[in-house]
Ligand binder design. Sequence first.
Ligand SMILES: [Cu+2]
Length: 493
Amino acid sequence: MRALAAKVAAAVLVLLLVGVVAVLGKAWWDSRLPGTYSVMDYGTPEYGGGAEGAWHAHGGHGADGVSVADLRGPAGPPDARFVLTARHATIRLASGRAVDALTFDGRSPGPELRVRHGDLVEVTLANEDVDEGVTIHWHGVDVPNGEDGVAGVTQDAVLPGERHVYRFRAEQVGTFWYHTHQVSSKEVRRGLFGAFVIEPRDAPPEGLDLTVVAHTFDGVPTLNGNDSAGRERVPAGTPVRLRLVNTDSAEQRLTVTGTPFRVLAIDGTDLHEPGELENVGLLVPAGGRFDVGFTMPRGGARVGIEGTDAAIGLGPSRGPVPAEIAPTEDFDPLSYGTPAPTPFGTTSDFDRRFQLTITRKPGFFDGLPGLQWAINGHIYPDVPTFVVDEGDLVQVTIRNDSKGIHPMHLHGHHLLVVSRDDVPASGSPWWSDTLNVRPGESYVVAFRADNPGLWMDHCHNLKHAADGLTMHVAYIGVSTPFEVGAAHHNTPE
Ligand SMILES: [Cu+2]
């Protein structure tokens, strides 16, 4: 009797084990990404309480559908024309350290592109020798979807010997940047990026207008590619505008010492009546931009990455510039500046409301077991696709229930911050394209769906994105003929 019971117990155990192995095996099998696939075949459409429409799988390929390939910039003679050539180069930091980099035109940061508001911009990308391919994404510039530069979604990666032409009208004013969106977690880190500035047409910058790009090469923090103190000669009384750009995958704390200053703009949008700050640290999110302004003091000023040698001294002469003073607090845009009307007014009349909750959970990602990023409990590519219709007013609640910081970047649109942790935004309207969501935080944001396309919405910690913290916002009726994988080995992240 006892022997029989033992046999039954053993049989049950074996069945349980077989069951567990079968479940795990299926999860593993289902998680593997095919060599080639359309992002339209993945993602679970969510409609946020709004009208449902033909977007899912091949629904968008219908007769009334619009292809991403047709959502291109305007024709006609360009007002500003550039060529950027992607190639390998050894760059030398000020300390003498050599970096084996991927560059635009042999430099990193690549050439700063400056245009004026309203210009028709034409940029030809040529790939000389970057084997994995290159694209250019115009980070923060709300270009037509077909110019957005995402390999496998809006175009094919540009392989060695190939070219691709981008055309768009510069309809915003402010500080932006450009970077590859092919194997971006590796290629951006290695140097394929540069600053993109759109100046006002009728009020060209006066005084010193300096872009300051913070990037870490091989673990060494740099400003404008310099790992030691640089110098700008600026007479006292000169108006100064510093355009801080963080091209890293982690936030960076920048400091301004020697003068009070104002944060004039965030992510390419001017703030309303920004107040004076002093000894306040500027935590610039990965991919984010802060413009700061001040009048050059007699004693000089300094901008730098906190606690490092990467700094620029600004001074009227060759005299000393102030040493860094550690900030006593961090800048908080939520209550900075004063309110001003927004195109949304104070409406709560949203056409769609979405929830985007980030967690980590054990599972398989592309056949590999581990602790994975999840969106609303699902691991890529089983993540939601937020489906919208042109003209919709959309609300998204972004919640970070993980221990990592996630700078969430929606392509093609700017998000208006409504509240953080249920505290309403009370300062200047705060528009962001790369919103740093810290562990435990919850943001309510709003945007107008006014730029039809199939748009990436992903974490700009590019390693996180490559590990699956990525999804899409899709317009009803828009489809893409491009595929991830495919002949051009498209790998957007
Ligand atoms: Cu992240």
